[in-house]
Write a protein that binds this ligand. Structure first.
Ligand code: LLP
Length: 443
């Protein structure tokens, strides 16, 4: 599942001891394994090969340029949700034509930016947005291809906050409205509505919701084509799971085995398929390294207080997400045979792993069985490559951590650790308010 392994009780990322990385880069710090990124990409590409999909890596899961470049070199396009992500994709050397741009709230400046860059597909989320995109395309006299995001009302059985394909969410238009949408806008001369986009939510630990949704979508495509609306592209979204616990997620081939048969026939007839994986590529490709500052006993609880918390990794406090945590150096007898929520072993102590932030909600794990740790020990928080650094904040004026890319026995600092000057850089020289658009850098 990844290239983070213990050798003689010491955690390595590929060929490098993570203790050496923490020593040099300081903590907290995110460490990514290039080989893991490449493996995960390759597995998806091989599994879905019968559909010959364009794999648009979902930048939002881990937007570091070095990570984007690795995936661009693998041949990925990108799934974008902001002008900032388009900026990153271009810096990573990705052709905007190989990108899809989604998001329920694209600003006019972002739409202009996407059209100027000739982004492959704009995924359209509402009637109002379609009209806006079409009028901007008309004003700019630029070609524009749209894919309607359809909400198939399928429950992906995941966290409420990351469920997107059910009726009650803000995303896409309901399946029943899709035909009327195409009837109204399908012949628009400024934005060619030629695709369908669907994204159910994430993470989704079984192929079943995809199958349910895609069967509905294929029926919709038949109906649209019968009504004279050609559909050239189907974007099936992302959301494939990651191994937060060992074996939690079916391998890519298991998803593909169920999804491919639903679409194969359509693909043979010329339908192009896009997939938008994020975490299934990046989650297990990263760990977060933290230093234990103090171990504190309070009433019945033991707190392991670390130098990073909800500011560094928001997922546990925001989604009650599970991340396996283990010391980077252990007695070889205590090397974890698997990463599980409930680890066996009478040498383990039940603790709360928490950060330095001034909130009781600042935790990385509660009631967690860990080998005994003490001040100065280094902990690895596993499967944090996705939605880790990208959701980190400077809350409590904590500078953002460093990011390190490992490839074989080579380490590169791909984002330097921030310092105090970074905290205040945008505040030091107050300036008069002008009418310049500060919301986005115009390309
Ligand atoms: N496509 C669309 C339209 C999306 O909205 C998303 C994720 C993806 C693809 C990629 O999903 P993935 O393959 O990475 O699961 N912060 C949350 C996850 C939010 C996901 C938002 N959209 C978390 O930490 O779990």
């Amino acid at each position: 599942m990844d290239h983070f392994t213990y050798v003689d009780g010491r955690l390595r990322c590929e060929g490098v001891l993570v203790e050496a990385i923490a020593e040099a880069a300081g903590t907290p710090c995110y460490v990514y394994s290039r080989a893991t990124l490449e493996d995960h990409y390759r597995r998806l590409a091989e599994a879905f090969a019968p559909l010959d999909p364009l794999i648009c890596y979902s930048i939002k899961s881990c937007s570091n340029l070095a990570v984007c470049r690795v995936l661009a070199e693998c041949g990925a396009g990108m799934d974008l949700v902001s002008g900032g992500e388009l900026h990153r994709a271009r810096l990573a050397g990705v052709d905007p034509a190989e990108c899809v741009y989604a998001g329920a709230g694209k600003s006019d400046a972002e739409i202009r930016q996407a059209l100027e860059a000739s982004v492959g597909w704009l995924n359209v989320e509402s009637e109002a947005e379609f009209e806006n995109i079409a009028s901007i395309a008309a004003a700019m006299s630029l070609p524009c291809r749209g894919a309607l995001r359809v909400n198939p009302d399928v429950d992906p059985r995941t966290h409420r906050y990351t469920t997107t394909g059910k009726k009650e969410t803000k995303f896409g238009v309901d399946l029943e409205r899709a035909k009327a949408f195409f009837d109204t806008y399908g012949a628009d001369e400024h934005c060619a509505l030629r695709g369908i986009h669907v994204h159910l939510g994430s993470p989704i630990y079984s192929p079943e919701p995809y199958v349910q949704a895609l069967e509905k979508i294929v029926r919709l495509i038949d109906e649209l084509e019968a009504a004279g609306h050609p559909v050239e592209m189907l974007d099936i979204g992302g959301g494939f799971g990651a191994d937060y616990e060992t074996g939690q997620t079916p391998p890519a081939v298991d998803y593909a085995r169920r999804i491919v048969p639903v679409l194969e026939d359509r693909v043979r007839k010329g339908l192009a398929v896009i997939i938008e994986p994020g975490r299934t590529i990046t989650a297990n490709a990263g760990v977060l390294l933290l230093r234990v500052l103090y171990v504190k006993r309070s009433g019945t609880r033991t707190f392991v207080i670390c130098d990073g918390g909800m500011n560094t990794l928001l997922r546990p406090s925001h989604y009650q997400a599970f991340h396996f945590i283990w010391p980077c150096r252990v007695d070889p007898a205590h090397v974890p045979a698997a990463r599980l929520r409930h680890m066996p072993g009478d040498y383990l102590e039940t603790v709360d792993v928490v950060g330095p932030i001034c909130e009781s909600g600042d935790f990385l794990a509660e009631d967690r069985a860990l080998p005994p740790v003490s001040r100065g020990d280094l902990l690895a928080v596993f499967s944090t490559g996705a939605y880790g650094m990208v959701m980190a904040s400077r809350y409590n004026s904590m500078p953002l951590p460093a990011e390190i890319m490992v490839s074989g026995d080579q380490c590169t600092v791909v984002r330097r650790r921030e310092g105090y000057d970074d905290l205040t850089a945008h505040e030091l020289a107050p300036e008069p308010l002008t009418t310049v658009d500060h919301t986005v850098d115009q390309p």
